[in-house]
Write a protein that binds this ligand. Structure first.
Ligand SMILES: [Fe+2]
Length: 457
């Protein structure tokens, strides 16, 4: 931990934060210095009271700063509780299913009260202001996460203190992104292993910033650094296991996954949070069983139902397509079994090299194999049933609902397997090991599974 903190201390002091400050100024919300800014040698870089424009930012970005930039600047307009409440209400308007959950669980007034009671430190509202202007989707995600994670915490029966820590941690969990190269963290292109490691650093930078906020509770910064860990030891930065993780990080990880599915995967469909159940059922222990149970309970209480396909969609083609995708998943399972065997053979070498990334891949592979088995998708019963439905001329509403559920299960499993392939690539591209035998096995594994996915298109 100390090593990582040291590595990213300069990023937390400024990194690329001054880039965002100069851009926010050019958009009409002036960022200015509130004290003389010196470099680590005591040389003056910017006088107190000047605006942070492109020239100032050029000067700041070239140097190591004596003190963190965020305690030496001010913003003309800074977000406050009301800004967060307004954004929350806007979010509910944008996504009617969230509104439905909020109403059914009678959570709105309580959430807004929690926000009002928690007097956020100006350092945090400064970061949230910059996040809102510069990475609006991340800002929206923070509000979503604050709302849903504090609701999950209530459902789990956690104390008010814990719910407060979760709320604050959820609001700030991704602010570390503001200090990393925007060309990388805001990019839609395929990232290299090195670039991925930059993105992953946001949890460390976020923790350093959280630790610097006067009066912040240690559970908050712990949640920030743990929010990409999972209970199988497949997360980052430390690949911790369930018993080593606190509730807040586990809950925030769950809300991030749900946000990604709801906002990204369901973007071009009519699907809502009512369609999230298959994802939850496939991942009951990823963030701990208690978190799963509370989340499932919220979805059930909301009364939201999965969206059914329209009746004019062709059920025969639907059944045929599902059958085809299941066949590909079956092949992927075989490839995963081979990879598992490979990794078992390499276990001693992995331990010897302390190759955490490979241990994480082994943990993920193991989990997907058992999830595939437990889902029942590869069973002969499902195959026979899909074949039967393929021959029927009409398929009723209930069957369409079941098709939908199978489709969502396939999507989630496919995503998980693709993610494993990404992890392999990232490992292969990095200089983590030069052990020839390990590399050979890993390249073979990537090739076999990659080929399967190419056929999936
Ligand atoms: Fe994150």
């Amino acid at each position: 931990m100390e090593e990582l903190i040291q590595q990213y201390t300069e990023h937390a002091k400024n990194g690329f934060y001054s880039v965002h400050l100069s851009e926010i100024s050019s958009k009409g919300n002036q960022a200015f210095t509130t004290s003389d800014i010196l470099n680590d040698k005591g040389v003056l870089l910017a006088r107190k009271g000047i605006n942070i424009d492109r020239d100032v930012r050029q000067q700041l970005i070239k140097h190591k700063l004596l003190k963190p930039l965020d305690i030496q600047i001010g913003l003309e307009h800074q977000a406050d509780t009301q800004t967060l409440i307004t954004e929350f209400r806007r979010l509910l308007e944008k996504y009617p299913d969230l509104h439905r959950v909020n109403e059914a669980l009678k959570y709105g007034p309580e959430f807004e009260k929690l926000l009002q009671l928690e007097r956020l430190h100006p350092l945090l509202t400064q970061k949230l202001t910059v996040l809102e202007a510069q990475m609006h989707s991340e800002f929206e995600k923070s509000i979503f996460s604050a709302w849903l994670s504090s609701m999950i915490a209530r459902e789990m029966g956690l104390s008010m203190d814990e719910r407060r820590d979760i709320l604050v941690a959820a609001l700030m969990h991704d602010i570390g992104l503001l200090h990393l190269d925007p060309d990388i963290v805001c990019s839609n292109r395929k990232l290299s292993a090195q670039e991925w490691s930059t993105v992953r650093a946001h949890v460390v930078v976020g923790k350093i910033i959280a630790d610097s906020v006067p009066g912040i509770y240690p559970e908050v910064s712990r949640a920030v650094i743990e929010h990409h860990e999972d209970c199988f030891g497949a997360g980052y930065p430390f690949a911790l296991r369930e018993e080593q993780l606190g509730n807040p990080g586990k809950i925030i990880n769950m809300t991030d996954s749900i946000h990604s599915i709801r906002v990204k995967s369901f973007r071009n469909s009519q699907r809502t949070l009512g369609d999230i159940k298959p994802y939850l059922q496939l991942n009951p222990t990823t963030n701990g069983y208690e978190v799963y149970r509370a989340t499932m309970s919220i979805i059930k209480k909301s009364g939201l139902q999965p969206v059914r396909l329209r009746a004019d969609d062709c059920p025969k083609d639907y059944a045929k397509n599902l059958g085809r995708q299941i066949d590909i998943l079956r092949e992927a399972k075989q490839a995963l079994d081979d990879i598992h065997e490979n990794l078992l053979e390499l276990k001693e070498r992995i331990d010897q090299h302390d190759a955490k990334q490979l241990s994480a891949i082994a943990a993920v592979t193991c989990r997907i194999r058992s999830t595939l088995d437990e889902s029942g998708l590869l069973s002969s019963e499902i195959a026979a049933w899909l074949c039967k439905e393929r021959e029927l001329s009409r398929v009723d509403e209930q069957v369409l609902g079941e098709f939908n559920e199978i489709e969502l299960l396939i999507k989630e499993l496919t995503w998980q397997i693709r993610n494993t392939v990404r992890m392999f690539h990232s490992y292969n591209d990095s200089d983590a090991t030069r052990d020839a035998m390990m590399l050979e096995h890993i390249e073979a594994s990537i090739e076999s599974i990659q080929e399967i996915f190419e056929r999936l298109g």
